[in-house]
Ligand binder design. Sequence first.
Ligand SMILES: CC(C)(COP(=O)(O)OP(=O)(O)OC[C@H]1O[C@@H](n2cnc3c(N)ncnc32)[C@H](O)[C@@H]1OP(=O)(O)O)[C@@H](O)C(=O)NCCC(=O)NCCS
Length: 194
Amino acid sequence: MSEPLHFLAVLREDLEAARHRDPAARSMLEVGLAYPGVHAVWVYRLAHRMWRVPSLRLPARLVSQLARAATGIEIHPGARLGRRLFIDHGMGVVIGETAEVGDDVVLFHGSTLGGKTMRHGKRHPTLGDNVVVGAGAKILGPVWIGSGAQVGANAVVIHDVPAGAIAVGVPAQIRLRPAKAAFDVEIDDPAIYI
Ligand SMILES: CC(C)(COP(=O)(O)OP(=O)(O)OC[C@H]1O[C@@H](n2cnc3c(N)ncnc32)[C@H](O)[C@@H]1OP(=O)(O)O)[C@@H](O)C(=O)NCCC(=O)NCCS
């Protein structure tokens, strides 16, 4: 597949991910027009491509800031986000420059993948695949969130979370019982949509 077609396919996957995961979504058209989380991810994918060209880093930041103004979602163009990321509701989401996010991740509004210090270098979290981050949760520092983990609403995570675990509370405590993968959860599952 050519590069432009591959890029369009990735954008389409983002759209489909939102359509499949949000029980309130009634059509692809509605999702494409009315979902700020999808718009923010789309703009990020463009800005990240620009970011990889050193002379385009300032324009990439400006594009990113336009998306922030329009959606309330701030994604640094240097962050590395996987495929089919769904940001639900979106407002107040912050994803820092050195954050890394796997495939099929869900972030709810108010969640932060942030740094604990102002030092340069890797200072933001790394999320595996199928991670769910609840509304208002803060994941701080270069911690690792294993695949299939779930971070509860309003949790503050400052240590690694094993794959499949649940992290809840402030500071977050780890519950080592099997968590449901984002893709395996029924769309009206109360564990995801409280
Ligand atoms: C963390 C979460 C995924 C766990 O869901 P679950 O697998 O159904 O687990 P349970 O509800 O059985 O909770 C397990 C334990 O964690 C506690 N817990 C669950 N969510 C919590 C939270 N956000 N903060 C603090 N404790 C929490 C429960 O009280 C329970 O404790 P107990 O074992 O001592 O009784 C879920 O509660 C959650 O927070 N999801 C995020 C949803 C969200 O942000 N929705 C936004 C919609 S707009």
